[in-house]
Write a protein that binds this ligand. Structure first.
Ligand code: 5GP
Ligand code: MN
Length: 338
């Protein structure tokens, strides 16, 4: 954010506002961590603020302080709708265009509120009065910390906020190892620990709450993995039938896609997950090195994301989707084996 933006934010927050805070659909650790941290900060400044999530999210994120105040648009519809419709100021966090909020998109589109976007995805849409967009950032959580710093308030970061921000940085950086993790990320994380982030407990909450059925589903996914050495690619399919057989719960497939990248010589990993209810195959793409999965997802699977982590969807059967995917690879061979 430049000085002009910082001044504009200070002015907006110098008077009482009705604030709505919105993460993307299927919110992850960064989306929930960043919205909750900002919510605590704004409440502590005396502002009225409400988080509206477009839909539900995994149980392993629900321990975060303030979680019980998040309104799920699907289950608390009228309250959520009022919070958005009455808002004078709306923060949108961890996404780059309204389309990423699913059913909330037309409601946000129609709102007369002022918008502040805080996000690290490529190609931010131009709807906000203040756009704090930085694709080099590890996470939106790191940006929320910066946002508070721009306002001169890091001394007001509480242990609740520190726990939320730490969580999002940890989940979006693959526990501090992805490319976008900088020395500055670590400085911020160090400060968060000083301010009360409980690092061991956070790791346990996120990574050590497996159910036996999730581990069995992982076994099924790994068995289904197809390795295409000539394209340095590995992909996994999970059908609705398989998900049902292992009592799939939201969040159970989180992280499965990364296993492909742990194979020596593999730089492109994909998982296709059938969702019969929505009539789609949800796809996650991951890469190591220069191959941009953001471009790949945008060009062929109606999606997007970051250079090394993106998502998309397909509306044809699993078999056709996988076949189509494999047929695309020959056009990318040079980039994949570079
Ligand atoms: P994941 O594979 O974990 O769902 O998502 C990886 C990254 O891609 C995240 O940054 C997420 O925001 C983005 N992403 C996931 N699905 C979609 C999608 O359908 N469209 C777009 N534009 N981005 C997506
Ligand atoms: Mn993020």
């Amino acid at each position: 954010m430049n000085l002009k933006d910082v001044k504009a934010v200070k002015e907006l927050l110098s008077v009482p506002q009705k604030i709505a805070i919105i993460p993307h659909k299927n919110p992850d650790g960064d989306a929930i961590g960043s919205t909750l941290a900002l919510w605590h900060y704004l409440k502590n400044r005396g502002q009225e603020a409400t988080i509206v999530s477009p839909n539900d999210y995994p149980k392993f994120l629900k321990w975060m302080p303030g979680n019980e105040h998040i309104l799920n648009f699907e289950t608390k519809n009228s309250q959520a709708l009022s919070a958005i419709n009455e808002a004078t100021l709306i923060f949108t966090l961890d996404f780059n265009h309204f389309g990423r909020t699913g059913q909330l998109a037309p409601i946000l589109e129609a709102s007369k509120a002022k918008y502040i976007m805080i996000d690290h995805h490529q190609s931010p849409a131009d709807y906000a009065e203040i756009t704090y967009s930085d694709v080099a950032m590890s996470s939106t959580c790191e940006m929320v910390y910066n946002f508070i710093e721009f306002l001169g308030d890091t001394d007001k970061v509480t242990s609740e906020m520190a726990n939320c921000i730490y969580t999002g940085i940890m989940t979006d950086t693959g526990s501090f190892k992805f490319h976008a993790t900088t020395s500055q990320t670590h400085r911020i994380v160090a400060d968060l620990i000083d301010k009360g982030a409980e690092k061991t407990a956070i790791h346990n909450h996120i990574y050590d709450t497996n159910s036996p059925s999730r581990l069995h589903l992982l076994g099924c996914a790994l068995k289904n993995m197809v390795i295409l050495e000539e394209f340095r690619t590995a992909y996994i399919t999970l059908s609705q039938e398989e998900l049902d057989a292992y009592n799939y719960q939201k969040g159970d497939t989180e992280g499965f896609v990364n296993y492909g990248l742990t194979l020596e010589g593999i730089s492109f990993a994909v998982i296709f997950i059938e969702n019969k209810e929505e009539g789609i195959i949800k796809i996650s793409f991951r890469s190591q090195g220069d191959f941009s999965v953001n471009e790949f997802a945008r060009s062929h699977f109606n999606g997007g994301g970051h250079d090394n982590a993106a998502g998309g969807r397909s509306e044809v059967s699993m078999e056709k989707t996988a076949k189509y995917f494999v047929s695309l690879l020959k056009d990318y061979k040079d980039k994949l084996i570079a």
